[in-house]
Design a protein around this ligand. Structure first.
Ligand SMILES: Cc1cc2nc3c(=O)[nH]c(=O)nc-3n(C[C@H](O)[C@H](O)[C@H](O)COP(=O)(O)OP(=O)(O)OC[C@H]3O[C@@H](n4cnc5c(N)ncnc54)[C@H](O)[C@@H]3O)c2cc1C
Length: 391
């Protein structure tokens, strides 16, 4: 069965490798000369995700973090940490080419500097350096990122929301090299958050995720957020921007086409992180395609949809509620949250949440609320949670 994988990013390479290893005829079509470039990622993943990515992740490892500290609009902090390393910072410029190479070494046919442009008489039109090629295929997998061409050509819906991520890699006054920083409020992002992810003791990726005016927001955070001011020390060495799709595309399997990763909105809505869900989705899509190859029954592809939904649909639904809450909360709300949180020892309870599963973070939050002795405090959070669940 001739399968075209469009996009040589993380999802495309994992999928192509799996298919090639199982004897499926597969081509991997990537528009750039090197996968993973231009970078559109801060590279923070959970330990589970890091382990799933295997050797390529080890080769691209930059740093490990034990937890996170969130800063309120006025600069108050709330810390969640663990003895273990909870997060791993990886470099996409290294990771993506490694994954791509593995796919090719397994037998996937690479087409670099090749752009999937659409369909003509049922064949895939690919613009290459040597001119336009028309390729026959039985199946096409769109691993071509947010707003990818495959989704457009095959009439898939778009994710519910698109955010912009903008970050710089810069010299930074890193306070704790094993701690990710989150910046909240109007002077970071009014509808999401800002972040600083340390790479080493003096360098970090500093960025914002927002619906609009990302450059303005990033500048403002660097200059005005009380917890960030005067910490970006020098001109940046790298700037990256990209779209972050929020909301699962439904359906993401349609006839001879399927979408995987960002193109399908398989992203944790409340952080914008898509590497873990995308990597798992690629494995699941691979299993379904291999079954289709064996049985000749195209319905086998639905297994991918069933498996992914079983694993992540609830998490994406809960994550959507959290992301909507960001827009509802104003600076005063954040200050009240931090003020109440500071009166209780709830960090350890919150740390029980799994960053890949927002439902566990909500459960941990509810447990923390149940520990609040002052009924006014518990009521404030109960109202907040119900507002979120009703949004
Ligand atoms: C600023 C920013 C920071 C982020 N930080 C994190 C983070 O810390 N952790 C995390 O988990 N996620 C993060 N993400 C999200 C993460 O980068 C994505 O979820 C992930 O890259 C999705 O992988 P993918 O393979 O689906 O798509 P992509 O990585 O976007 O890969 C798609 C590939 O397809 C190629 N392509 C596109 N169209 C065509 C075409 N028509 N023909 C041929 N090739 C094509 C592209 O060149 C690209 O190589 C961040 C995103 C942004 C924007």
């Amino acid at each position: 069965m001739r399968t075209l994988v469009i996009g040589g990013g993380i999802t495309g390479s994992i999928l192509a490798r799996k298919l090639a290893e199982n004897g499926v005829e597969v081509r991997i079509i990537e528009e750039h000369s090197s996968p993973g470039f231009p970078v559109q990622c801060a590279g923070l993943v959970s330990r589970k995700c890091y382990e799933l990515l295997g050797k390529p992740a080890e080769k691209s490892l930059e740093n490990r973090v034990r937890g996170a500290v969130a800063f309120s609009p006025s600069g108050r902090s709330f810390e969640v940490s663990s003895e273990d390393f909870l997060g791993y910072v990886i470099e996409r410029k290294t990771l993506d080419p490694e994954l791509f190479r593995r796919a090719v070494n397994s037998g996937a046919v690479p087409m670099l500097k090749s752009y999937f442009a659409g369909l003509k008489n049922g064949r895939a039109v690919v613009k290459t350096q040597d001119g336009v090629k028309c390729l026959d295929f039985d199946l096409i997998a769109g691993c071509d990122g947010p707003g990818g061409k495959t989704g457009v050509v095959f009439g898939f819906e778009k994710p519910e929301m698109i955010f912009s991520g903008l970050q710089i890699e810069c010299r930074y006054r890193v306070e704790h090299v094993d701690q990710v920083e989150i910046f909240l409020g109007e002077n970071a992002s009014p509808d999401f958050f800002g972040y600083a992810i340390p790479i080493d003791g003096e360098t970090a990726r500093v960025g914002v995720v927002t619906k609009e005016m990302a450059l303005h927001r990033l500048r403002r955070m660097i200059e005005r957020h009380p917890a960030m001011k005067n910490r970006v020390m020098r001109a940046y060495t790298e700037a990256n921007a990209g779209a972050i799709p929020v909301g699962l595309v439904d359906p993401f399997v349609n006839g001879r086409a399927l979408l995987v990763g960002d193109s399908a909105g398989q992203v944790k809505p409340y952080t914008g992180g898509g590497i873990y869900y995308g990597a798992v989705a690629s494995e699941m899509a691979g299993d379904a395609i291999i079954e289709y190859e064996k049985t000749g029954n195209i319905k086998a592809l639905n297994r991918y949809s069933v498996d992914f939904r079983k694993e992540f649909e609830k998490e994406i639904r809960v994550g959507m509620k959290i992301v909507k809450l960001y827009s509802i909360l104003n600076d005063n709300d954040y200050e009240t949250i931090f003020d109440i949180a500071s009166r209780y020892s709830i960090s350890d309870v919150i740390a029980e949440g799994d960053m890949d599963r927002p439902s566990t973070i909500i459960s941990a939050g509810m447990k923390a609320v149940s520990m609040m002795k002052n009924p006014k405090h518990a009521l404030f959070f109960a109202k907040l949670l119900s507002k979120m669940m009703l949004s």
